[in-house]
Structure formats: C-alpha cells, structure tokens
Design a binder for this molecule. Structure first.
Ligand code: SAH
Length: 270
C-alpha cells in the first residue's frame, strides 16, 4: 500500500533535549544512538531544516521538511531513488512523541521511550541501501522494530517485511503507528530477535537495528544463499557490518561506517 501525505500532526514544541531515560551503556543515550559517527560536513545552511518555517501545523510543512531531509541524504551519498522516494513518503513525525515532532526531520536519532531511539534518517537509508546494492530483496527481516519507522520505510521498498521487537510496549506502539498509516503488510512480532524469526525464514535480507558484540549465528543461518545482512557490531566502538551469504556454510563480511547504536539484548521485556 502506498502512503499519501495526508497525515497531520499538531502541537509543536521544541524541547532542547530528549527525555534522558535510558542513559547507559558506554555513553549511549536516546539522543546520540542509532547514528553515524563521522566527521562529515555540516549541512549547508540552505539544507538545514531549521530555515524551513515550522508552523503550528507540521502536517502542512512536513512534505517540505522531508524534501530537505531527502536532499541532505542525497548529498551524503544515498543515491538509490527507491529509498529516497520511500524516505520522502513516510511521515517520520508520526513516529515520535508530539513534543519532538518539530525535530523529526533533523538528521538525528530521537528518544522513543524505554531507553530506545528512532534511528537517524541517514542510518535508516544507509542500512536499506546496503541490502539493495545488487538486487532488490523480496523478503526482508528487521530486528528491533522500535517505533516502527524503519519498518514503514522498508514497506515502501520491499514486498514482504517482517520486524521483531523485544519490548512489549514498543511493539504495541509500532503496531499502532503502522495501523494508523494503513501499512498492514508489515508483519510485526513480539520476541527476541537474537534468535531471528524462523517462522518466515529464509530472508533475502536482514537489517539489525541494535548492536551486539557479535552478529548472532541464528540470523546468519536465516539468510537465504545470496542474501545480505547488515548490522552494527561492537560495544563502545561499533561499526556497521555487511554480511553476504555465499553458500550453505560460508559468509563474506565487509566493514562499513563507524556508528553508535542501542544494544541488542537477549530475552523479552514485558
Ligand atoms: N528500527 C528502529 C530503531 C529501533 S531502536 C527505527 O525505526 O528507527 C532498536 C530497537 O531494537 C529497540 O526498540 C530495542 O528494544 C530493539 N531490540 C534490542 N534487542 C532486541 C532483540 N534481541 N530482539 C528484538 N528487538 C531488539
């Protein structure tokens, strides 16, 4: 189902910081995690969303704010038009608390409660483009649904999208967000994604939105042969890692950008 831009979000306030909840592992906070760590140039002044007036009704301006976000992503090397179109389509402000809606199109991760974050737009676009480089995957699994934003973007690019979340409250929130946007083709599951989601395996691609010390073997095993997985790996120092399954028993590994993500955790939080 295609999204339209009829989603409206009122009540704009601009709190200067996140909720502060979830401060913890190795300096990860809701406002600095699920982001790229790099010395990339600051956006040119004319790219900054802050110059686009944020009125009392973000709904009316959100398309322009998204267009500025998409332009920035393009300037930062995201060139796949399918992904840029999907990022233009999905209203990111509908996935964050109303109090943070005015910052929804900044190139930043934002807190979503329970010590978790919505990923930085660049991270979302980079991870999706990394699995689309040779062929377009059909069946894709996301580990770490969070508020459902990345799953929504994925649903505009891939045919079959599965996403699994270990925190019950976030799973419920994501389900509400996706339902409100009529994105019913995304199949959400409440569970420990470290074990993957065997019911629908194998996957042409797996995108992991939280960082483990190592990529769980269960996820590598649920890739189809020829499939691609992308995941952040490490604790204090993390990198995006891309893995290509080349045969029943072999996987090729490539290291990409330095990043900082919230931790991949075992078990469920009810
Ligand atoms: N996909 C998100 C980012 C979510 S943040 C987006 O749309 O921006 C990472 C999420 O991974 C958190 O919600 C966290 O609870 C979840 N997570 C961590 N470990 C997990 C696990 N073992 N299984 C499933 N989800 C996990």
């Amino acid at each position: 189902m295609q999204l339209t831009s009829r989603f409206v979000c009122m009540a704009i306030r601009d709190p200067k910081s996140g909720s502060g909840s979830g401060r913890g592992l190795h300096g990860i906070t809701p406002t600095n995690s699920n982001t790229r760590i790099s010395a990339t140039r600051l956006p040119r002044l004319q790219d900054r969303p802050s110059i686009v007036p944020v009125s009392e009704n973000l709904g009316l301006n959100s398309e322009r704010l998204r267009a500025a976000m998409v332009q920035r992503l393009h300037d930062q090397g995201i060139t796949d038009q399918r992904i840029l179109a999907a990022m233009q389509m999905v209203p990111r402000h509908a996935f964050v608390d109303e109090a943070l809606a005015s910052r929804a199109y900044d190139d930043a991760a934002l807190p979503i409660g329970h010590g978790q974050t919505i990923s930085q737009p660049w991270v979302v676009a980079r991870m999706i483009s990394a699995v689309c480089e040779s062929t377009l995957p059909n069946r894709v699994l996301e580990v770490g649904t969070g508020c459902g934003y990345q799953a929504a973007v994925m649903s505009q690019v891939f045919n079959q999208v599965y996403s699994i979340e270990r925190i019950r409250a976030l799973y419920d929130i994501a389900r509400e967000h996706l339902r409100a946007l009529h994105l019913t083709k995304v199949r959400l599951s409440f569970g420990d994604g470290m074990a993957g989601f065997p019911t629908a395996a194998p996957y042409d691609a797996i995108i992991v939105a939280a960082a483990g010390i190592r990529i769980p073997q269960a996820l590598l095993d649920q890739l189809s042969i020829g499939g691609i997985l992308i995941a952040p790996e490490g604790t204090s120092a993390q990198r995006l890692v891309k893995v290509h399954r080349t045969s029943e028993s072999s996987w090729e590994r490539f290291e990409l950008e330095a990043v900082r993500f919230v931790p991949l955790k075992a078990g469920l939080q009810n």
